[in-house]
Design a protein around this ligand. Structure first.
Ligand code: SF4
Length: 327
């Protein structure tokens, strides 16, 4: 599940850390969500962490603690879709099924010279059917892994390394096209939406006001400074004040602009204007916000943007930074 959105080299430290802390399914099923999120911090796509835990609990409840082997059973587990189910079934249990992901689609389109657009389900189905015919029943995992590796290391998206390719002699794109990398046909990507937001780092002496994201979505369960999107015609300090008051009921005195954090998620990019402030009037805030020391902040699961904000504020230490993607 770590590998669903993360490359192997980046995922490995997380894999090791999570396995050390939760060496078996029971330990993972009994894990505290916030502790697992903390171990996941920096890997991005945080919903995977809660689905991993939910899958462990489902395996214990519905399968007596034994990992299911059939694709249909695997697909019913949280966080496991058609591709992951087939990858697990073929790699771990030698089930004769094809696990088709982006690398396989690209390799198959080039090997067959298919000019269809893989964004279309019927084109992906055609390429999958062709690859499935080649799948050896006695080594399905090796086959799936070989196709992925070929796409990952040789048949690269823009510049395939055809002279080094072990299957170039049977590759239609290599034999017939001046640029084999022109397949598969690519749909031009729409530019990612860009958002501008303001966040307020409010402190009372050594304690900072942080809140936990509770709504379903990208960063659920992680802790961050209050803030949100700038409304049309609104100044950034006004946006910071409004969001702070709406979210926590707190008002602040003057705002100091500390810096800008630029961050990219899978579907949008964001420019976060960070303000430092002290509270004016009452200190009571609505849950789930809390006043926490720098020491306590380090123990909370944080999104990467909040880690960057803490560095700008001089709170938290660089050695806390985790390996992994900037997401
Ligand atoms: Fe890809 Fe080139 Fe190999 Fe064909 S010959 S599969 S285009 S790397």
């Amino acid at each position: 599940m770590l590998l669903q959105q993360t490359r192997v080299a980046q995922a490995l430290p997380y894999y090791t850390r999570i396995l050390e802390r939760y060496p078996n399914l029971r330990a993972l099923a009994d894990s505290r969500p916030s502790e697992l999120l903390k171990l996941w911090q920096g890997a991005g796509y945080y919903a995977r962490a809660s689905r991993l835990r939910a899958a462990a609990r489902a395996i214990r409840k519905e399968h007596g603690g034994r990992f299911p082997r059939a694709v249909e059973q695997l697909e019913r587990l949280p966080g496991i879709g058609p591709y992951t189910a087939r990858a697990i079934a073929s790699l771990a249990f030698r089930a004769p099924v094809l696990a088709l992901e982006a690398n396989g689609v690209r390799v198959a389109a080039r090997l067959t010279g298919d000019r269809g657009d893989p964004a279309q389900a019927k084109v992906r189905a055609r390429l999958g059917a062709w690859l499935a015919k080649e799948l050896p029943v006695d080594a399905p995992g090796e086959f799936n892994e070989a196709v992925m590796e070929l796409g990952e290391t040789v048949c690269l998206p823009r510049s395939p390394r055809c002279p080094e390719c072990p299957v170039s002699l049977v590759c239609s794109a290599f034999r017939t096209l001046a640029d084999p990398g022109s397949l598969p046909r690519r749909t031009p990507r729409r530019p990612k939406p860009h958002e501008v937001a303001a966040i307020a780092a409010v402190h009372r002496g050594p304690r900072w006001l942080m809140q936990q994201r509770t709504e379903p979505g990208l960063l659920r369960g992680l802790w961050e400074f209050p803030g949100g999107k700038q409304a049309p015609g609104e100044s950034l300090p006004d946006a910071a004040r409004r969001e702070l008051e709406e979210e926590t009921g707190l008002r602040v005195g003057s705002l100091e602009h500390v810096g800008v954090i630029r961050h990219s998620y899978s579907h949008f990019s964001v420019e976060l204007h960070l303000f430092r402030a002290e509270p004016r009037g009452k200190y009571r805030v609505t849950s789930p916000a809390r006043w926490v020391t720098a020491e306590e902040i380090r123990r909370l699961p944080l999104p990467r943007a909040t880690e960057k904000a803490l560095l700008l504020l001089g709170v938290g230490s660089p050695e806390e930074a985790q390996p992994g993607q900037t997401r």
